[in-house]
Design a protein around this ligand. Sequence first.
Ligand code: HEC
Ligand code: HEC
Length: 237
Amino acid sequence: MMKRIAGISILVLAGLGLSTPSQAWLEAGSEREEALKLKPDLENGMDVYEVCAACHLPEGWGTKDGTFPQLAGQHRTVLIKQLADIREGNRDNPTMYPFAQPEAIGGPQALADVTAYIEKLPMNPDNGKGPWPEGTPEYEEGKKLYEENCVKCHGKHGEGNAEKFYPRIQGQHYKYMLRQFKWIETGKRRNANPDMRKQIENFTDRDQELVINYVSRIPVPKEDLAPSKDWKNPDFD
Ligand code: HEC
Ligand code: HEC
């Protein structure tokens, strides 16, 4: 009898063990922790970034249609976490996966270096926006949803929180954010924050569009923006 109970509890534990890696928010002992401790080498960061520029563009601005996210201006901690998660298979990204592997760009030092390079890039002054401009009722509805559900983590202006790995979302492309929001809600983005998932579980499709429309229209502080939307990254001229 004892033996059987022990057997069952081992099965239950094994079951729990299996479900943990599929929803991993801040795993201990990951490459993230290692990369965060290293001193970045900006020169090497620029060399590594050449691979990334093929999709995220030399300016790190991504594309307005949301296929590629803007990386410029994102907190370095967030960039390191997301890269480590993608490399560990906690966040699906089949397009980028082969280019982000240690064989392609190097180990934790490469993560430390490339994120230090990206962090200093000025942001896109012309990000992809949702359909409803300021002054419309939809904009106001989105603003209200944002204030009630998002401010406590992403901040009043979508500035995020570097220490807590909360992404900066101001200035990000509308379509990219909408896709991520849905993937976080449905659990497809497996590294998502469980408290955010809880917060948004009752959001309808329309609520999602309204709140992300608002986020896409939050102004980015001038000092973080490139001088114009035609600015080119001189490192890659
Ligand atoms: C072949 C195209 C491609 C290449 C090359 C590429 N990426 Fe990506 N990257 C993507 C796509 C597509 C996404 C968004 C995936 C999604 O929708 O979840 C992404 C997402 C990211 C994210 C997550 C952004 C966020 O806001 O969470 C980071 C960080 C990132 N890439 C960094 C890099 C770095 C650093 C490199 C170079 C080592 C690189 N990428 C190379 C296509 C690429
Ligand atoms: C409990 C804190 C919390 C709350 C509340 C929260 N978020 Fe998040 N959000 C996060 C974290 C943490 C991530 C990054 C998850 C990860 O590591 O993959 C994230 C990711 C995102 C992303 C993807 C960003 C990217 O660059 O890929 C978007 C968009 C987003 N949140 C929007 C929202 C909106 C809009 C709300 C309110 C309706 C909200 N979040 C509420 C913590 C939160």
